[in-house]
Design a protein around this ligand. Sequence first.
Ligand code: 7TS
Length: 405
Amino acid sequence: MFDPQKVRNDFPALQQDIYGKPLVYLDNAATTQKPRIVIDAVSGYYESINSNVHRGVHYLSQKATEAYESARERVRRLLNAGHSREIIFTRGTTESINLVAHSFGRAFIHEGDEVLISALEHHANIVPWQMACAERKAMLKVIPVDDNGDLILENLDQLLTEKTRIVAVTCVSNALGTVVPVREIIRMAHTRDIPVLIDGAQGIVHMKVDVKELDCDFFCFSGHKFYGPMGVGVLYGKERFLEQMPPYQTGGEMISTVTFDKVTFNELPFRFEAGTPNVADVIGLDKAIGYVSDTGMEEVWKYEAELIHYALQKLQNTPGVRIIGHPMERMGVISFLIEGIHPYDAGTIIDRMGVAIRTGHHCAQPVMDRFGIPGTLRASFALYNTIGEVDRLCEAINLTRKMFG
Ligand code: 7TS
């Protein structure tokens, strides 16, 4: 059995007191804490092999290039992609989606076409498509969500038309924790030859992702939500699409030859990695994936599912708590309100008790609008969280209610 106490020591940030109380960190959907091995890998890179990649014949440059490319191979294995050409390093999920919206948009979306997203999306999977649609004179359509926070898929067949050029959906809602049936969406889109992008920012850390088996056409995630460093993310794309997409950014690294009259672009994946990449953090991400694999992903996911089940029961039985969203399947996240107390006030007081949760709209304003609320309190879980921490959260809620009379 996986024991969270064993891994807690690996995370330096978890060892501190906040306002005189041991930190309870329940804002993992925003970013996870980093294990020592990741922090050391990043500083170790700067201490020993710091050098630019893909350009030098000298020793350090070769070492840095090897480390960078072996991280790409590790990500390929994590996602079970067919080839490392299909793995592009970006700054994060946001940049990955912007890359696809912009570049796929220019190649494939034309006037009168449609892009289909869902009502559960983070702004990062809404705004880039709005911009692409405005630029290409296309229309953005939305799969609606029901009162439980599940997508309404009965009418998906009508939402997918001969004009739909791409479907872009999250696999887990960051605001409600809904697990989206992406398999079914991909299957239905593919019957019409429509490619599907999966926003894996919240999914990758709690579930197995096999892009071959899923058969998604694009998959994005951020390193910092997967125990890795900030400033690095991944875009997986099927080669047959990437090959047809124009570069997103241009400059060094992404070219093959340049004259003042003509440029030829580099091959995949370098064509989409203009400029000096974030080598140190890519190496950190490599270590984060290694850390989670060594800890035992299947065991971790099982533990996280038990923990969230416990948290949901406990919160439901805490007087004054109203859970927002009752999806059929939930991962990672519980959103709630405390009767009569604004989420911001409640979050501030709970923080004073050493418990870090997120308050607000969670960059998913359409979800909040759907439920007619300005925001929620959100507890989100990672492998190092414990039952005792859930209890601390509920104690903090009880105290908050007492303070507000
Ligand atoms: N997609 C989803 C589903 C997300 O949850 C987030 C970040 C993003 C995209 C953007 O990721 P980034 O790494 O590029 O910023 N979600 C959150 C959150 O829930 N609280 O803070 C950030």
